[in-house]
Design a protein around this ligand. Structure first.
Ligand SMILES: [Cu+2]
Length: 269
């Protein structure tokens, strides 16, 4: 029984690594628990950064937990009746294990700088050099995503805007810019398949950009607990060819400008 606890602790690295491998392999019942398919031309760099950090922290996790297991096993109280003696410690060891993590963090900070700049600072430009205007404006509010496309005047925020809720359509294979804001509290605009996640902050207008490479229907999720209805704050993102997108937007625009009131036919006398 003496070494039962160290063996029990050994389950931490075994199960910890096992769950990850299981999810990555997609075995039952963990299908679909790993990253969803990436459909953003700029998403690969996010995925490789994610994997890089996961492998790095994974190796450290395995080494640390195995060392802990070994010490628990070796210095088990049953087999070591001698009381412990304490020493002042080793300065060299402490300096080494402070510098190594610090150097690793600095390395990650420098290594990811370009990916950060691409995702958050270098907004796509028009051929003329000006910043590309957003195709739509997304407003998070408890508990839905309001979506506005510019109407015929090409300007968002005018009476001819096309207004929708939770139903975002975008053309495939184009650099898309969206502007994001909040009508009430903090939300987080999350497109898992596009590796886009941006906090939506009240009073701030922000921009996200990406390039979808595959048509289909995907999720829009709120990734920040924003109130009792947070769980249902999801929308649908439809990526489609440009012609279909244009036709859909024209149709929505037409529908919106129709009155829902249809006058009754004039009575025959
Ligand atoms: Cu929300």
């Amino acid at each position: 029984m003496g070494r039962f606890w160290s063996l029990l602790f050994l389950l931490v690295p075994i199960l910890g690594v096992g769950v990850f491998v299981w999810a990555m392999a997609g075995w039952w019942p963990m299908q679909g628990h790993w990253l969803p398919e990436n459909i953003n031309a700029h998403g690969g760099v996010i995925d490789s950064l994610f994997m890089f950090i996961l492998v790095l922290t994974g190796i450290i996790f395995i080494i640390t937990t195995c060392v802990m297991f070994w010490f628990m096993w070796k210095y088990d109280a049953g087999a070591n009746p001698q009381p412990v003696t304490f020493t002042h410690g080793s300065h060299t060891l402490e300096v080494v294990w402070s510098i190594l993590p610090a150097a690793t963090l600095v390395f990650i900070a420098i290594y990811q700088m370009n990916a950060w700049a691409d995702a958050k600072m270098r907004r796509p430009k028009l051929p003329g050099g000006e910043l590309k205007p957003p195709l739509a404006e997304i407003t998070g509010r408890q508990f839905e995503w309001r979506i506005r496309y510019a109407g015929e005047d090409g300007q968002v925020g005018t009476p001819d805007d096309v207004q929708l809720a939770n139903d975002l359509h975008l053309p495939v294979n184009e650099e898309i810019v969206l502007s994001i804001k909040s009508a009430d509290v903090l939300h987080s605009f999350f497109l898992p398949n596009l590796r886009v996640k941006q906090d939506v902050v009240p009073g701030m207008k922000q921009f996200v950009w990406f390039q979808p490479t595959k048509t289909g229907v995907y999720d829009i999720v709120c990734a920040e607990l924003c109130g009792w209805g947070h769980y249902k704050m999801r929308g649908r993102l439809t990526i489609e060819p440009r012609e279909k997108f244009d036709a859909w937007l024209a149709q929505k625009h037409g529908e919106q400008n129709q009155s829902s009131f249809t006058p009754p036919p004039a009575e025959a006398e």
